[in-house]
Design a protein around this ligand. Sequence first.
Ligand code: SF4
Length: 656
Amino acid sequence: MAETGAGFPHLFTPLTIRGVTIRNRIMSTGHETAMAGPEGISEQLIAYHRARAAGGCGLIVVEVASVHPTATFVRHSIKLYSDETIPGYRRLAEAVHAEGATLFAQLFHPGREILESIDGSAPVSYAPSAVPNERFHVMPSPMSRELIREVIAGYGDAARRLQTAGVDGCEILCSMGYLLAQFLNPRVNRRSDDYGGSFDNRLRIVRELLADIRAKVGEDMVVGIRISADELSPEGLTPEEVGAICRALDDEPGLDYFNVIAGTSTTLGGSIHIVPPMTVENAYLAPRAAEVKAGVSKLVFVGGRINQPQQAEAILAASQADMCGMTRAMICDPEMPDKARSGRIDDVRACIGCNQACIGHFHMGLPISCIQHPETGREAAYGTRAPAVKRRRVLVAGGGPGGMKAAAVAAERGHAVTLYEAGPRLGGQALLAQLLPGRTEFGGIVTNLERELALAGVEVVTGTVLDRAQVEHEAPDAVIAATGARPRWPEFDGRDEAHVVDAWQVLRDEANVGNSVVIADWRCDWIGLGLAEKLARAGCRVRLCSNGYMAGQTIQQYVRDAWLGTLHSLGVELLPLVRLFGADAETAYFQHTASGQAVLCEGMDTLVLAMGHDSVCDLADALTDWPGALHRIGDCLSPRTAEEAVLEGLKVAAAL
Ligand code: SF4
């Protein structure tokens, strides 16, 4: 059925491929969720994709699945080389189709890009040639011709299983340095047989598996490939090489589309583009897609930080691509397509590119979610708002992300909610986080939550500290204490002798920082990295002394790795594995956390503390004997991050 969407005429134009009509041009690209497993598609994964389909997504491409036993790259890889996976895909297809969306599925072999061991022992990885992987330190075994034939047949068999399950299409990963990209790359494929050497020989495996798929599924199933337009790595495929590959494959009658992305799993610099963080420009791959499109006759899809429907509409209007991948946009707001279609653009909860709970969870082996929308991945428990059984009066103290989420959800359920914020505006520590270099977009979490408060009808009182007297005066049924935290100033020798400031003072430009700065970084997160960049850009000599294995140890790896590259460019000195134990006017004294030996930072003007936070519990402490229901959430309960604060806000409000 054709959709409308007054402000988005291109975005809501259907697309028909091989008789399969996709209702609009919004695609959830294939992405790992850690919700499936060797047993196949789980009910959790079905609920996750059903929510995106119900929110109006046109095309859902479900995550990679192994086409052969040698294609297991993480413990929870789906074994699409077994018929046992068919019932799960069938349930997924039925759920997605029932909501009006189209379902494709990715066919995958990682080659040498093996992330995890299955049983603790190092797995054997197989690739075209014995050329090592830099990022995972894997030396693969060259594939025999027999194994190549098995893998080719595995693609065709897997596609047939998908077709049997009712999946509308399949997408072959030639992207991001995985097996087929390894074959295509003359610096990785060093074979001397007819699968290596010449351009046509390197393309042979792709052509043969396309033919095998088509022979096994017939003409009805859509088949596409995903390809990195630029692997952005020293030995990676270049735009010129990829352009030539796409033009050559454009002649393949069995192929329907190219899905353009960038980067490679093989290097730190290349892997950042698998899920680019907020420092990467929105929709940055649209020009790359346009270059591919100029050389081919088939459809071209594109992804890469397309966060807002306006960006997607512009790409489509300019004919840079035929379909836009907006994966995180819908991890963050599953209803984004319907909101755009119905003109509720201001209600879209825009992804901020933080990578914390989506790809960040995946790298921990845990189901993906979203720091702004923790309902993601928890659809069974929190996918719908149960109306309150009894309307209660609720006061929320603290207008950071946790308090805002709690207030919004409680009000959505029908409670009468007032949110008190001591400061002049809402946002809490998110207002500070957005001051870190390259983190301006983090402030979007405040904008989004302010909108949710307004839509839910929360009364907001700023510039007022909620105290016990006010609580007793208002006599609510429940108080949610989300009063946050303040910077921790640990005791150490010489604290009064040295020039010591804290991270918040630096971010607010309240500190008169000297030329030579030492940062004591206990949390190993964004704060230490961001302070180092800010001060280095201001011309300071910066030594970033981290308590962990590396600066940024506790944050999502693509965010950290991009930042480490920036700090290297700026000449920041990194000292890992040190703990602060003292300072004087010119020296900061650390101990190595393993040897206990002294590590001195001499010639220091200013010591900046990024030593974590202490909870602010004044209200909660004052209400310990108050007879109403008292709930503590977020940093007030235990200093952590916005993700936990928002999740706890949701949980508390959902249970009121
Ligand atoms: Fe976007 Fe961050 Fe949510 Fe991931 S966790 S979807 S990057 S807002």
